[in-house]
Design a protein around this ligand. Structure first.
Ligand SMILES: [Zn+2]
Length: 169
């Protein structure tokens, strides 16, 4: 299981993270680029990374809306999808398709929803893959606003996702 309910301590931690992000955005800086360079903004992704190459970094969301909620981060800074060069976009779509297949199969999910928003202050282009599981009561856009939980580092499951991604790229 890669998901658990959030407790008060988690909510507090998330609030602190949001505050750090806000402070960085106030300085007209990108929190993701800042974090890649100096750290200290987001939790370390190495234990929850599923796939990486020169273009993207794919990892489980720290505060997922459902089990398997995954972030595909485009490494180079683009503010949102309007700035993404088409050839880079073609690679990103390829990764989205593969990862969608891998998540669907591994979690036995009904559907995998894909979205990109990059709303708010300065942002860094990323895509979200949110699984809808077989026994989920909520479907459609309600999946996007499910309460956030916390990722669980289930090494066996993460290794399974990693190995499946490796074998299909
Ligand atoms: Zn950035």
């Amino acid at each position: 299981m890669l998901f658990r309910q959030a407790n008060e301590q988690d909510e507090e931690k998330r609030k602190e993270e949001k505050q750090i992000v806000k402070e960085i955005q106030k300085k007209e800086l990108c929190p993701t680029c800042y974090n890649m360079r100096y750290g200290g903004v987001y939790e370390d992704i190495s234990k929850r990374r599923i796939y990486t190459d020169d273009v993207v970094d794919c990892f489980l969301e720290q505060y997922p809306r459902n089990e398997g909620h995954t972030i595909i981060l485009v490494k180079k800074h683009y503010e949102d999808i309007t700035q993404l060069p088409e050839d880079v976009g073609a690679h990103v779509i390829k990764i989205i398709i593969k990862l969608t297949q891998v998540l669907k199969e591994t979690l036995n999910a009904e559907k995998i929803y894909v979205c990109t928003m990059c709303d708010g202050g300065r942002n860094h282009l990323h895509f979200q893959l949110i699984p809808r599981l077989k026994n989920d009561m909520l479907i459609g856009s309600k999946v996007f606003v499910k309460p956030r939980g916390v990722v669980v580092i289930d090494k066996e499951k993460i290794n399974e996702l990693r190995n499946k991604m490796k074998s299909c790229i």
